[in-house]
Design a protein around this ligand. Structure first.
Ligand SMILES: Nc1nc2c(ncn2[C@@H]2O[C@H](COP(=O)(O)OP(=O)(O)OP(=O)(O)O)[C@@H](O)[C@H]2O)c(=O)[nH]1
Ligand SMILES: [Mg+2]
Length: 293
């Protein structure tokens, strides 16, 4: 890997209404890479114009399609450019371009996916976000078997092997977790590199709670696809136990009053039925996925 002098390095930013910061971010990034591209994800402000003026190659989405869709467009464009290293960073000034060399070095040292981790400066992250990030990182570790601490960080460097291997489908923010999961699936070398953690008052474009729930839901879908026995098994077990406990209550009420509480009895039967169905679904999907693997 000693081909340092002709390394082709590419930095790329997914951007949605980031006219305020994108210009300076591009100028700073250009100090460390050969080329900068920006995917403008249907911004309604002057993000694309400013990015072009700052020297980036701009690809525009006709409408807003989501961060994941913007990252997928970046990967597609990057495959055409075929850099040795691709650096992804957000365009809302939460990532410092001065951390780019450290991420590039990590890929030069042989890793395929170097994730910029904010863990060392986690105290700068608003606490409610930290909780969300912790939950999402835990879920990503559970589904991917990759021991990443900060799975939601969008500041990453990819080797050309990773760039040409990763086939991603998420259009939303779950793309961060999906990328780690797919990288682990393909036995790519994943590592984390400490980065500067920047939280500006106006950095966030969507409600963090909605953001977190949306990503968690997508990760659960990933779990259900990859570990159906675990996902449906646990869900089925919980529902069956609840159904059983409700059934005990029906028996208690009946033995005390000789009257069957119809409503509670119905709930018990529904819970038990769905519970057992879930468990069977998990077993069947497990067998099927085993066969296809
Ligand atoms: N929110 C949002 N960001 C998008 C979209 N498409 C591209 N992006 C870009 O994706 C990057 C990350 O988006 P953010 O909203 O900052 O998400 P985040 O950093 O995970 O969450 P915050 O902590 O709220 O900033 C930014 O550069 C956005 O401009 C989109 O549809 N919605
Ligand atoms: Mg952000």
């Amino acid at each position: 890997m000693a081909k340092k002098q002709n390394v082709k390095t590419l930095a790329a930013m997914p951007a949605y209404n980031e006219e305020k910061y994108i210009g300076s971010l591009i100028l700073k990034a250009r100090q460390y890479v050969d080329k900068v591209i920006v995917v403008d994800d249907g911004s309604t402000d002057c993000t694309a114009e400013v990015a072009g003026l700052a020297g980036a190659t701009v690809i525009r989405h006709g409408e807003n399609r989501g961060k994941g869709a913007a990252v997928q467009s970046i990967l597609a464009e990057a495959r055409k450019i075929a850099p040795d290293i691709l650096v992804l960073l957000d365009a809302d000034a939460q990532h410092s371009p001065d951390d780019i060399p450290a991420l590039i070095k990590s890929v030069m040292d042989g890793h395929d996916l170097a994730i910029g981790s904010r863990e060392e400066q986690a105290n700068k992250t608003p606490y409610y976000r930290r909780i969300g990030q912790k939950i999402l990182s835990f879920s990503t570790r559970a589904v991917s078997k990759a021991s990443v601490v900060d799975s939601e960080s969008g500041f990453r460097a990819l080797s050309s092997k990773a760039l040409n291997t990763l086939d991603l489908t998420e259009n939303g923010f779950a793309i961060e977790s999906e990328m780690i999961t797919r990288a682990a699936d393909n036995n790519l070398s994943i590592t984390e590199v400490p980065i500067t953690n920047i939280y500006t008052k106006d950095g966030s474009t969507i409600n963090p709670f909605r953001h977190g729930i949306g990503v968690l839901a997508r990760i659960l879908v990933l779990v259900s696809e990859r570990k159906p026995l675990f996902f449906f098994g646990v869900l089925g077990l919980i529902l069956s136990v609840l159904g059983f406990l409700t059934g005990l209550r029906v028996i208690n009420i009946f033995s005390a009053t000789s009257v069957i509480p119809i409503g509670t009895a119905l709930i018990s039967m529904v819970l038990l039925t769905i519970g057992v169905l879930c468990i069977f679904t998990g077993i069947i999907l497990h067998v099927l996925t085993r066969r296809t693997r």
